[in-house]
Design a protein around this ligand. Sequence first.
Ligand code: PMV
Length: 311
Amino acid sequence: MEASASAKIILLGEHAVVYGKPAIAIPVSGLRATVSVEENQIPGQGLQVIVADLNQQFGVSGLENSASQNPLEKTVEYILKFLQASPPNVTVTIRSDIPIASGLGSGAAVSTALARAIILALNQPLDRTCLNEIIYEVEKIHHGTPSGIDNTVVVYECPVYFIRNHPIQMISIAEPFTFIIADTGKSALTRVAVGDVRELYNSNPSGIQWILDKIEELVLKARQAIESGELAELGALMTANHSLLQELTVSSPELDKLVQAALDGGALGAKLSGGGRGGNMIALVTPDTTASVREKLLEAGATRVFETTVN
Ligand code: PMV
């Protein structure tokens, strides 16, 4: 048996979403965290969790409250508690293609895949709303005060228009569109960038509020552009969002260089995606520009480029 969950990227609205503004995010279904489930040979061994990529392993034998703040141990604890179930006698092995700490929702994806594997092993279904709430609790360990956008798009695995503490809205896609995701090769902690924006906000609320309001306008227009298939408009809105993220101090020289390279290569728009300061950027491309954008990004130092189509 196997369970999995996809990566995600934020198209527009990161950071502002923490302050109650809308954001748009999409799943990246080709990049996944996968968890295999195997019955233990010896009865009563409890649940064994192997994190293959990190060479780590832990076991869970009861419904205890662990003192650990390890997000994976917490995922197991929350799921078992919610289902009022004892640990199944299985070994689950986690593997992930998703780079860590780079704006692709790796934490949410790994926790979601692990939770799904346990649900499978227990054969106790859990609806997506409950799963989403549980993964949100785990996200708090990773990120401090997350908006909830990462867990939502990962758990539902569809394009979402997200406002904190509001029911999720699915976005309909008029015309499929393709992104190139490029990695700066520098990992950065979302928690730190979010904390720095909070400090900026506290020191100059009206100055920062103005930027957040501008981002909101872009997100509203982007939703319309996606729903009516106006891709050139969507690209321009993304690039404008990048400038506002620069003003929020969450870009970096590497991100700015990749954004410029993508635009030079003919992308319809480009911006950093996620917490920023490092991690990934995204570029909206057309079939005519995919190859040139990819080449420019690699020339400019991208350590990995990945293409994804939303439809
Ligand atoms: O860095 P990521 O992909 O986890 O994105 C975080 C998005 C932020 O808006 C910066 C924070 C949040 O909790 O929404």
